[in-house]
Ligand binder design. Structure first.
Ligand code: CA
Length: 388
């Protein structure tokens, strides 16, 4: 079998309302799907992390730079292809968009390998430790309104996420330490004392600001404090980890085993959050997972994007060994965005219906059982939303 063509599909639509996180507001949802076609009719699907115009640039990398390196190759040789592409891209980007682009291609190659073997991705990746994973719902995005309005909104939204059945919730911050602490207090009031909530700063703080917010989160019993400082600031991460009770998480903006090596060796994280659609795909994710476990750092995958990304992550969470193991080990969770996302809810011929599963089971999602990613995107849907 040979790869004949790689096609990127960038999908977009206008959100019903503008949403924000600490770095920007956005009014449009996008997704970047990658389709690898073969001479035997088998097709694999992957996804690249990166919204908006980033997705358009990544499409050019996928189709113009990577495609000529992969056409004619045996799709099952995914590690061979990965290293060949990476070695030739190395001089032009060891992190960021070239690796995001490679990620989508690699995920699609794993989808093909699963379809050839007749095995779901989790079995191909080493085996299925669990047949369902618990799901946490994130929401509580920033809006252009004052802190008091936003706090009231966050409180209501946290209650709604809890009532929807999710096992935990995650909020954004980014107004500045004093207002952010008010937001976190509102969420704790909303969910009550016994419910797990996490706080995501998207790297908007200096270390001293993060300490101020983190001390309040210690008092509120937050479960983790995500990307408190810039991803390059390993010293800041280390200092926060030493001085705060709340777990420090991060890593969604890190790439490949070589980037992750320094983050983990530096003991920067209590919880690692690798993003499979950015860090290099399934091939590289498995190496980063091994590296995280080598450093006894638990992993809760970062998840963003369409149903293709959600499916890939369901398989990877199913195939994740417990760390360190025991009768009642702490289990990984699936990250789930509760805000409007048609590319997750309506893309597939048979939708995953995570929200329905969560409501029915008290917070769990099952692992797709068909070969590969086990999902089939609807081509009519893609045609309707495709902008490039
Ligand atoms: Ca995040």
């Amino acid at each position: 079998m040979k790869v004949t063509e790689i096609v990127s599909h960038v999908l977009q639509y206008d959100l019903p309302e503008e949403l924000g996180y600490s770095q920007q507001f956005y009014a449009r949802r996008s997704a970047h799907l990658v389709e690898v076609r073969t001479d035997e009719g088998l097709t694999g699907w992957g996804e690249c992390f990166g919204p908006g115009n980033i997705a358009l640039a990544n499409k050019a990398i996928v189709e113009t730079v990577i495609q000529p390196m992969v056409v004619g190759r045996d799709p099952v040789d995914r590690d061979v292809i990965w290293h060949d592409v990476y070695n030739r891209l190395r001089d032009h980007g060891q992190k960021g968009m070239p690796i995001q682009a490679l990620s989508g291609v690699d995920i699609a190659l794993w989808d093909i390998a699963g379809k050839i073997a007749g095995l779901p991705l989790c079995k191909l990746a080493g085996g299925q430790f669990r047949d369902r994973v618990s799901v946490y719902g994130y929401g509580m995005m920033l809006r252009r309104e004052d802190a008091a309005c936003l706090a009231a909104r966050f409180k209501d939204e946290s209650v709604a996420i809890k009532d929807a059945g999710f096992v935990a919730t995650k909020m954004k911050v980014g107004l500045g330490p004093a207002d952010d602490i008010r937001l976190a207090e509102a969420v704790r009031r909303g969910v009550g004392d016994d419910f797990r909530f996490m706080v995501d700063a998207n790297h908007c703080y200096t270390t001293s600001e993060a300490l101020e917010v983190g001390r309040a989160l210690d008092e509120l019993g937050a479960y983790w404090f995500e990307e408190p400082v810039a991803p390059e600031d390993h010293d800041g991460y280390r200092e926060l980890r030493t001085r705060l009770k709340t777990r420090i998480s991060g890593g969604e903006a890190e790439f490949t085993r070589w980037g992750w090596r320094h983050l983990l060796e530096g003991r920067c994280l209590d919880i690692a959050q690798p993003e499979v659609c950015a860090l290099g795909g399934v091939s590289e994710y498995l190496k980063v997972l091994a590296l995280a476990h080598t450093h006894f750092t638990p992993v809760v995958n970062h998840v963003w994007g369409s149903a293709v990304a959600v499916a890939a992550n369901l398989h990877l969470l199913a195939a994740m060994p417990p760390l360190p193991g025991g009768l009642y080990p702490s289990e990984p969770m699936l990250e789930f965005d509760t805000t409007d996302n048609r590319f997750r809810d309506e893309l597939l011929v048979e939708p995953l219906d995570i929200q329905g599963q969560v409501a029915r089971t008290g917070g769990f999602a099952s692992i797709p059982s068909s070969p590969g990613l086990g999902v089939e995107p609807d081509r009519d849907f893609i045609a309707r939303y495709e902008v490039a």
